[in-house]
Design a binder for this molecule. Sequence first.
Ligand SMILES: *[C@@H]1O[C@H](CO)[C@@H](O)[C@H](O)[C@H]1NC(C)=O
Ligand SMILES: *[C@@H]1O[C@H](CO)[C@@H](O)[C@H](O)[C@H]1NC(C)=O
Ligand SMILES: *[C@@H]1O[C@H](CO)[C@@H](O)[C@H](O)[C@H]1NC(C)=O
Ligand SMILES: *[C@@H]1O[C@H](CO)[C@@H](O)[C@H](O)[C@H]1NC(C)=O
Length: 431
Amino acid sequence: MGLGKIKRELLRVLSKEVALGATCFAFVVLMLRLLCSDVVAVKSEVVDVLDFGAVGDGTVDSSEAFLKAWDLVCSREIENGVRIMLVPENQTFLLHPVTFNGPCKAKEIKFLIMGRIISPISPKTWEGLDQGKWLMFRGVSGLKIKGGGEINGRGWGWWNQSCRYHPHLEGCTSLAPTAMIFESCKTSSLSQVRLVNSSQTHTHVLISGTNDFIVDDVVITAPETSPNTDGIHISSASNIFIRNSIIGTGDDCVSIGDHTTNIHISHVRCGPGHGISIGSLGRAGNFVQVRNIRVNTVSFKGTTNGARIKTWQVGKGYVRGVTFENLFFDSVKNPIIIDQNYCNVRGACRELETGVKVRDVVYKNLQGTSSTEVAITLNCSRSVSCTGLLLQSVLLKSSVTGKNVSSTCINAHGAAIGVVQPAPCFQDFDH
Ligand SMILES: *[C@@H]1O[C@H](CO)[C@@H](O)[C@H](O)[C@H]1NC(C)=O
Ligand SMILES: *[C@@H]1O[C@H](CO)[C@@H](O)[C@H](O)[C@H]1NC(C)=O
Ligand SMILES: *[C@@H]1O[C@H](CO)[C@@H](O)[C@H](O)[C@H]1NC(C)=O
Ligand SMILES: *[C@@H]1O[C@H](CO)[C@@H](O)[C@H](O)[C@H]1NC(C)=O
């Protein structure tokens, strides 16, 4: 509610109350005073992009206007206060690639996206620019994006020239802009927005080099057939929460990269897409450090994978302390999968003695259906085993009536507690 609106509302109440008599009137005036002084005490200042020349018609490029507004929002101090950048509702703003840079003076910046932000359709707009990004926030702490609006990457212009889908197309692109990148944005959040049709490779939302970031109440969608459109990718980050969200895309709903700690994913609906993936890790032969990942209360519908860990054999380092808990699968190809021999072309990578160590992974209270015969795949490296795996109350059935499901293990070590179906296949199995 804007200040004007609050005042009008109070006046309306006030005029009604007047009829009730003078005592009441005095009381209301007092209340009004208190309320207004309260409102003033919040010390927020709204910067509306329309005041900087943005045009909400969906065709005029409003990038410059947004950047001017941002400049003001970011550069002015406001004592103990919140600065608000407003993208008003019922309007559509076309933005070319833009970067909102920090650090900013205000402790907190609210970026209220109430309307729609759309991207240029033609990849030509990116000529001479970094093709990997569209909307980027860099080094902004205390950034709170919300507002109920939509961010539409209108990715089809990129999808139909993707090398992945059109390898023989001349001038095909393997890189396309990530819709939103948050780089080094500490103590920030993204909530109450819809992200649609990101142009792909790889992501709708990328969180990188960041601590303390919350994604809450977002909806991310793209067609199942769109190439590489991950929902959210997290890399080099810690204390990240993703919750209460719906993600359905052409790739992973959430993927977790090489240097990540304390990642909490809960109350998410995933599908279509490739599931929730820790990895792929160690692709460049680097040292992986992934610790304390919790995936809790997630449902997967028609996805390729559910709870997945995938590592490249050339990688080094570790993944440890992972909990997949309270997951529900509906026709998922690989509900539980560890693939420590991940390779972009199956079987094309030479078997190596290196690998990313997978240790202490708990699968607890998982149920639902698998659309393939192998519901549990624990394919670990022959030289670097997976240890400390725990299956507890896991009940998986085939989505095809009359069919059974099974488990497969390579060098996987662990234990099972309670009902576990299909029966686990650990090497040194102990109940
Ligand atoms: C790809 O999409 C763009 C934008 O919709 C269109 O102009 C172009 O003709 C399409 N190209 C192909 C090969 O379908
Ligand atoms: C997303 O893209 C698909 C495929 O081009 C299209 O059918 C759908 O309407 C788009 N959604 C929005 C909200 O633009
Ligand atoms: C896991 O290993 C088995 C046995 O070698 C193999 O048949 C299967 O294709 C592997 N699964 C994956 C996903 O690599
Ligand atoms: C499924 O497993 C049950 C119990 O082991 C067995 O009796 C049944 O024959 C199996 N069904 C098929 C189709 O393999």
